[in-house]
Ligand binder design. Structure first.
Ligand SMILES: *Cc1c(COP(=O)(O)O)cnc(C)c1O
Length: 390
C-alpha cells in the first residue's frame, strides 16, 4: 500500500465518517484492502453499551481481530469472547485482563483449555458432556455456561444446528457440570447473525426463558445469561439505531427473565461492520455473448479473499464506483480466482454504471466484519485481505 499524507489526514479534526472518506481519498492501495476506523468502532461500542445498560459487552473477536480494534475496545472497557488459543493470546498480549475474557467456543482442544486456565480465564462454554469433561480435567472448578440450541432464528445469517443442545440435555448438563466439580452459572444462546430487528428476538427469548425458569425450578441457582450476538449492520435494508436496538433487546430480556445477576452480550458484526470499507479494483468487465442481458464484472477480491459472506447471497454489500449517478445496468459480480464458486452475486444481480471499466476503484461499504478474518491465506496465489487501521 502507498500511503500519501496518511498521518496528517488521521489527525484532522473532521467528523467521524468523513475521517474514513478523507483517508480513502488521499490513499492509494496496490491490492484489496480493508480500511477500518477504530473511532467508528468506539462510537458503536458506546452506542451499544448505552442501550445494553449494565450488561457486559464481550466483543466476539472473530468478527475482526485487528490489533488496533482490540486495543481500542480494551481502552473502552470492553470484555471479549474468544474462540481459540490464538484469540485469547491476542487479547492478553494487548492488555486485556483474563477475567474479562470468556472462552466461548463449545468445541475446544483440551490443551487450549489448560492454557486458558493457567492464563487466568475462568469462564467457559459447553454444549456436550464430553466438553464438560475436558473442562473439568483442564480447568478444574471453572465457571461454565451451557449453550442452548436456537430453533426459531429470523436472522439473515443463522447459526442454528451446529451449536447448542436442547432443553432436557441442558438441564442434565448443569447437573453433570456440578458432579464434575465445575460451577455451572447459566446459559448462552445466539439468536443468529444479522437479526435485523430487535422484535425478531421475541420467539427465541420466549424459548430461552422457558428453559431458564425450568432450570431455576429444578434448583439451579443461575446467575449468568449470555445473549450472544446478532446485532445488525446496514447492508441496504433498514436496521434500528444501535442504542435503540440494544435497549429493545434488553427490555425483552428483563420482561422474560426478571432479575439476572449478570448479563453478557457478544456483538461482533454490530460493533465493527460499519467501521470498515474495502477498497478494491475492477479486473474485467465482459459479456458471455453478444445477447447477454447482463455484464460480468470481475473484482480483485472474491469469496476466498474476504467476501465469504456472499455465500447464499444473504449478506448484500453496498458497492460504490467513480461513476455512480450515471446510467446503470445489472451485473453478475465475481471474484478473481479460478474457482467457479467464486461468484459473489448472480441470483440477484448488482446494478452498476454502464461506464464501469477495468482499473476503476470500487468501495465496498460496511465490510468491517467477517472479511479479513474469513480471508484465505493466498488461495490460488491471491494475497489475503490487507488491513489498515486508522
Ligand atoms: C460469532 C459469534 C458471535 C458474534 O455474532 P454477531 O452476529 O457477529 O454479533 C457471538 N457469540 C458467539 C458465541 C459467536 O460464535
Amino acid at each position: 500500500m502507498t500511503m500519501l499524507f496518511g498521518e496528517a489526514v488521521a489527525s484532522l479534526p473532521v467528523a467521524i465518517p468523513d475521517r474514513l472518506d478523507a483517508f480513502l481519498s488521499v490513499t492509494e492501495f496496490d491490492r484489496p484492502t480493508l480500511v477500518i476506523d477504530t473511532e467508528i468502532v468506539a462510537d458503536r461500542y458506546i452506542a451499544l453499551k448505552r442501550g445494553l445498560g449494565t450488561a457486559d459487552i464481550h466483543y466476539a473477536v472473530k468478527a475482526n481481530p485487528t490489533r488496533e480494534v482490540i486495543a481500542r475496545l480494551i481502552n473502552l472497557g470492553s470484555h471479549f469472547d474468544a474462540a481459540s488459543r490464538g484469540e485469547i493470546e491476542l487479547c492478553l498480549s494487548l492488555g486485556a485482563r483474563p477475567e474479562t475474557i470468556s472462552f466461548g467456543n463449545t468445541v475446544k482442544r483440551g490443551s487450549d483449555i489448560a492454557f486458558a486456565h493457567r492464563a487466568g480465564i475462568t469462564l467457559f462454554a459447553a454444549d456436550a458432556e464430553a466438553e464438560l469433561e475436558k473442562i473439568a480435567v483442564n480447568a478444574p472448578g471453572a465457571q461454565v455456561y451451557i449453550r442452548l440450541i436456537v430453533e426459531t432464528s429470523q436472522a439473515d445469517w443463522p447459526l442454528t444446528r451446529k451449536f447448542g443442545c436442547d432443553r432436557d440435555m441442558a438441564l442434565e448438563l448443569l447437573d453433570r457440570a456440578r458432579a464434575l466439580g465445575l460451577d455451572p452459572v447459566g446459559f448462552s444462546f445466539h439468536v443468529g447473525s444479522q437479526t435485523r430487528k430487535s422484535a425478531m428476538w421475541a420467539d427465541t427469548l420466549d424459548e430461552m426463558a422457558r428453559i431458564w425458569h425450568a432450570a431455576r425450578d429444578a434448583g439451579h441457582a443461575l446467575s449468568l445469561l449470555n445473549i450472544g450476538g446478532g446485532f445488525p449492520a446496514f447492508y441496504g435494508e433498514a436496521v434500528e439505531a444501535p442504542t435503540d436496538y440494544a435497549a429493545g433487546v434488553i427490555r425483552q430480556v428483563h420482561a422474560r427473565f426478571g432479575d439476572v445477576a449478570r448479563i453478557m452480550a457478544e456483538p461482533g458484526r454490530g460493533l465493527v461492520a460499519e467501521a470498515g470499507v474495502i477498497v478494491c479494483e475492477v479486473m474485467l468487465v465482459s459479456s458471455k455473448s453478444a445477447r447477454d442481458a447482463h455484464r460480468w464484472v470481475y473484482l480483485d477480491i472474491g469469496r476466498f479473499s474476504g467476501l465469504a459472506e456472499t455465500e447464499g447471497e444473504a449478506i448484500r454489500y453496498q458497492f460504490e464506483t467513480p461513476h455512480d449517478g450515471s446510467p446503470a445496468g445489472p451485473c453478475v459480480l465475481a471474484g478473481p480466482s479460478c474457482d467457479s464458486a467464486d461468484v459473489l452475486y448472480e441470483k440477484r444481480p448488482v446494478s452498476l454504471p454502464l461506464t464501469l471499466a477495468v482499473g476503476d476503484r470500487v468501495l465496498i461499504r460496511n465490510t468491517g466484519a467477517y472479511t479479513s478474518s474469513y480471508s484465505s491465506v493466498g488461495f490460488n496465489g491471491f494475497p489475503p485481505l490487507d488491513v489498515v487501521a486508522i
